[in-house]
Design a protein around this ligand. Sequence first.
Ligand SMILES: [Zn+2]
Length: 65
Amino acid sequence: MQVDYNTYKAQDFKCKDCGWQGKGEQLDNGDFSALHSIGDLECPKCNHLIAFWQAPLKDDINIEE
Ligand SMILES: [Zn+2]
């Protein structure tokens, strides 16, 4: 499940593994891929991967050759 980096902290989440429920701000930060600017958000109880966000790109990149 992809979430919006700017708004996920106020969203409600539920872990389907252990039943934890809470706000996005309570999720643990997991791996961050600098290459893809993707950060994982994990359940604070069981570390199950619940969601991920993709950081907004600074500029739209046009690839033209
Ligand atoms: Zn869990």
